[in-house]
Design a protein around this ligand. Structure first.
Ligand code: PSU
Ligand code: MN
Length: 308
């Protein structure tokens, strides 16, 4: 035996101290920075999101793997590495031990970030949109590892629903089957990532960060499967992507991906990138508005959780 989990994860001093003192910490993922957003805007956004967490009185923990080491909380130089280093891998949970052994660097997806955050003792995590069941699943069975990890990881994920490039109804069905709790934040309809609503209903609605913290206590008190809580927080209607433009460009993007034969890990970045170009940047603004709102709400939930 060469090492324990504790010595494998490397929290920054700031994150370690906050966790030891029971102060609020919010996990942030890095794939959205490295593979989900165009340069140089991605670095600005990474810094901005950390600023949103700090301004509200919590500690941000952006998570990534650098030279094989899972890092929980990055300094500015490390954040810049994640935003600019070419050839940075996209790491799901299953890739973590391989990256560690081969001393590889990579950004972490929702699955890897959730896993590492929970291991580090962080309970609240903000992202843009979850991965899920891809369209055409009957052909290629492409379902994001995000769903499987969330079914067995005790973490609260604040997101603007699942990415609209996916098969959203199938993704909601899978979340139900796998026993992942989903609540709408001040909405009765499941958010549509770039869009305020996906047009699908969500069974439960909460009105406050305190209610989220109460549900988290309920999860722990009841025991059972160590699953996640998804708090689905819609992008404000006045900051959403124009639904008509969304539907048109998304159809083009899906057709282009099929023509180009893009599959596997590359498909999500390809589609997101196509939407940014095809909407002349409007999808990027809607994506960022969603992420900002999610980070702000996650911080409020982390504060309520730390108080309760
Ligand atoms: N949310 C965003 N942009 C992104 C992602 C989420 O606003 O780029 C990333 C997340 O890291 C998520 C990943 O886990 O996309 C899903 O990729 P895949 O479909 O290959 O599992
Ligand atoms: Mn996939």
């Amino acid at each position: 035996m060469r090492s324990t989990t504790d010595s494998v994860l490397q929290p920054s001093d700031e994150v370690a101290e906050a966790l030891a003192q029971g102060r609020p910490v919010v996990a942030l993922e890095s794939t959205i920075i490295s593979h989900g957003l165009p340069q140089p805007r991605n670095l600005e956004v990474a810094r901005e999101l950390e600023g949103v967490v700090r301004a509200a009185g919590a500690v941000p923990a952006t998570i990534a793997v650098l030279d094989g080491v899972p890092r929980i909380g990055l300094n500015d130089v490390e954040l810049e590495r994640v935003a600019t280093e070419s050839g940075l891998r996209k790491l799901g949970q299953r890739d973590l031990p391989i990256a560690a052994a081969l001393k590889a660097s990579g950004a972490t997806t929702v699955s890897a970030t959730s896993f590492l955050a929970a291991r580090a003792g962080i309970r609240v995590f903000a992202t843009g949109g979850l991965g899920g069941v891809h369209r055409g699943w009957t052909e290629d069975q492409d379902e994001s590892a995000d769903l499987d990890t969330l079914a067995r990881t005790r973490i609260t994920v604040v997101c603007a629903g699942v990415k609209s490039i996916l098969d959203v109804p199938a993704t909601l069905q899978r979340l139900e089957t796998r026993g992942v709790a989903v609540v709408g934040y001040r909405t009765d309809s499941f958010p549509g990532f770039y869009l305020h609503s996906s047009g699908l209903p969500v069974d439960w609605r909460i009105e406050s960060p305190g209610e989220a913290a109460d549900i988290m206590h309920g999860q722990d008190a009841l025991g059972g499967q160590e699953s996640a809580l998804i708090v689905a927080n819609p992008v404000p209607r006045d900051q959403q992507l124009d639904p008509e433009l969304h539907d048109r460009v998304l159809a083009e993007a899906l057709a282009a991906a099929e023509r180009a034969g893009v599959t596997g890990q590359a498909i999500t970045p390809f589609l997101l990138g196509y939407l940014v170009d095809g909407t002349a940047g409007a999808s990027l603004e809607a994506n960022l508005a969603a992420v900002r709102g999610n980070v702000a709400l996650a911080t409020q939930i982390a504060l309520a959780w730390a108080r309760s």
